[in-house]
Design a protein around this ligand. Sequence first.
Ligand code: UDP
Ligand code: MG
Length: 321
Amino acid sequence: MHEHSKYSIVVPMYNEEAVIEETYRRLKEVMDSQPETYELVFVNDGSRDRTVEIVEGLCRRDGNVRLVNFSRNFGHQIAISAGMDYASGDAVVVIDADLQDPPQVILAMIDKWRQGYDVVYGKRLKRKGETLFKKVTALMFYRLLRSMTNVEIPVDTGDFRLIDRKVCEVLRNLKEKNRFVRGLVSWVGFKQTSVEYVRDERWAGETKYPLKKMIRFALDGITSFSYKPLKLATYIGFAMSAASFLYLLVVLYEKLFTEAYVVPGWSSLLATNLFFNGIMLILLGIIGEYIGRIYDESKGRPLYIVKETKGFQAEGAAEPG
Ligand code: UDP
Ligand code: MG
């Protein structure tokens, strides 16, 4: 059995050698300023730099530090999920490694938790030092997600949040592979509230979310909580059939009652053909996104593979919780 901590701070890391020591220092400062025991659960998501070595050093120096080391890069959302699996605290806080989420906000979250809330999420008032592109795409994404899903996913919140042990247990039992953690947290319900904060610039290093990962993340968010995109096919199908029928009437009219029957029409044929083929491919792609995810779920592979753990009581045993 692991020794039980009051608070667990989960930190997913992917190539964060430039910040991780500073992140540790600030988390320790904040957590030492409150009276309860705590653990810092660092999850290494297949970093290719010195992140692991640095955290191993921290483990040796500080009994509150734990390391969960993945066998490869599984992705941010899965790293968070693993952290929740291994965390033993009565409350679990997830925070980015890059100090964009200010550690002192954790104290405000703890305060709300003590008032009886089960989920306390950080709501970004402002995002500092992020590119216009990121801000605009994020803004659109959260609005789009909101309009497409029935789950009340709060706008402008990331994964920076505190969850109670009982919520953590519920989340651990949701075994879906294409995880959109902030959506799942909203979906499970319980008593939720927010604390507002200003999102800082990344302390050092650069973003680990290139456009490709952002798109995947957005698709996971939408497809896990909505099948509206699939309905698109139906709507477009109806609209197109109606339009085609009207055009059919026009063509018949021209053929039967006017002299206007002429062969030219190659360009319009080609244009409509290309247009409809484009739409077909998009709709097929949407269906493919869903089928791919069904396929992922059906394989029943584990969510992640842990190479080793450090700092947990039963050293090396890759045994969650
Ligand atoms: N991260 C991860 N695996 C990945 C990509 C990112 O664990 O494949 C971590 C990263 O180390 C950081 C957090 O997820 O702690 C958020 O990533 P980042 O700050 O690069 O994203 P941004 O803030 O730019 O959206
Ligand atoms: Mg960041």
